[in-house]
Design a protein around this ligand. Structure first.
Ligand code: 5GP
Length: 205
């Protein structure tokens, strides 16, 4: 059977709990790997090179863009982020499903090229809660929080371009929903399965 890996694209405004959900589902679901992006942002405490991100400088990033190394890339909060074309193709051709944590600009760019990807959007239960979660992080000044909220508002307007919506109110429920989406998409009838059924069954009938 054609077991080309499936792309699961996940976006969310910051404060929706996306990173924690992604990590938990990667631990839970076999045959699923994280697509490690390239970024010009500085590593945060505890982040591991090659696992969380490949940290590169702007010159290197722009050279990679010019060479067509990224299947999509975008500027987010003043930093550049991109998804390696080569990494995706290598893993999907090995039959590995990929989880991509990318922003809506990147997701829309990917949508233009990769019709077969699955698009999942995560939201907190309300705008008020989103605001509180951003404020609770404590690391940002009120101006930065305001900017992030404005950006979140712009991004949320893209919600209808995604196929699934997960509301992260109860973490366990949200995780179960994400896992269910991945498992259901794996067994969803796809054109590419036709050859397998034809060869093994239809031709023998
Ligand atoms: P952070 O710097 O907090 O890890 O990520 C900031 C934003 O960049 C998040 O919304 C995340 O989804 C997005 N992002 C991470 N990697 C990529 C990527 O390769 N492409 C795009 N378009 N966005 C990314």
């Amino acid at each position: 059977m054609d077991r080309t890996g499936i792309l699961f694209v996940i976006s969310a405004p910051s404060g929706a709990g996306k990173t924690t959900l992604c990590k938990a589902v990667l631990d839970k679901v076999e045959g699923l790997q994280f697509s490690t992006s390239y970024t010009t942002r500085r590593p945060r405490k505890g982040e591991i090179e090659g696992k969380d991100y490949f940290f590169v400088d702007e010159a290197r990033f722009k050279a990679d863009v010019a060479e067509g190394a990224f299947i999509e890339w975008a500027e987010v909060h003043g930093n550049l982020y991109g998804t390696s074309q080569q990494q995706l193709h290598r893993l999907t051709s090995e039959g590995v499903d990929i989880l991509l944590d990318i922003d809506p600009q990147g997701a829309m760019n990917l949508q233009k090229q990769s019709e077969d990807a699955v698009y999942i959007y995560i939201l907190p239960p309300s705008f008020d809660i989103l605001k509180k979660r951003l404020l609770m992080r404590g690391a940002d000044s009120p101006e930065v929080v305001e900017k992030r909220l404005q950006k979140a508002g712009d991004e949320i307007r893209c919600y209808h371009r995604y196929q699934y919506l997960i509301v992260n109110e109860d973490f366990e429920v949200a995780l179960e929903n994400l896992e269910s989406i991945i498992r259901a998409e794996r067994v969803k009838m796809r054109e590419k399965y036709r050859a397998w059924v034809e060869e093994r069954f239809i031709h023998l009938l």
